[in-house]
Write a protein that binds this ligand. Structure first.
Ligand code: ZN
Length: 93
């Protein structure tokens, strides 16, 4: 049997261009947008285990920073409610 036109590693069926794996990749690209697939593959396949560890830490930091930011906003709102002694014009700012 002839080789797949894409990967040039596996054999393709006589009346087809691609092997089974490459055919599946092609179908997945057709179901989802190519851009979406590229984003996912870039995020996952372009890292070794060490880089995946870094990425996980980075994501955890993002989550923690977001929580800290949200707590800060809550504190600001508490401060705003404490400003009841202010006149209306000052609160509007
Ligand atoms: Zn192939």
């Amino acid at each position: 049997m002839p080789l797949c036109y894409y990967c040039e590693e596996q054999q393709r069926p006589y009346f087809g261009y691609y092997c089974n794996d490459c055919s599946m990749l092609r179908r997945l690209l057709l179901i989802n947008s190519p851009q979406k697939c590229i984003d996912i593959l870039k995020r996952t396949l372009t890292r070794d285990n060490k880089q995946i560890g870094f990425k996980i830490n980075q994501e955890i930091k993002k989550i923690l920073n977001k929580e800290i930011e949200e707590k800060g906003q809550e504190q600001e709102e508490i401060n705003k409610t404490d400003s009841s002694y202010m006149t209306r014009s000052k609160i509007k700012k």
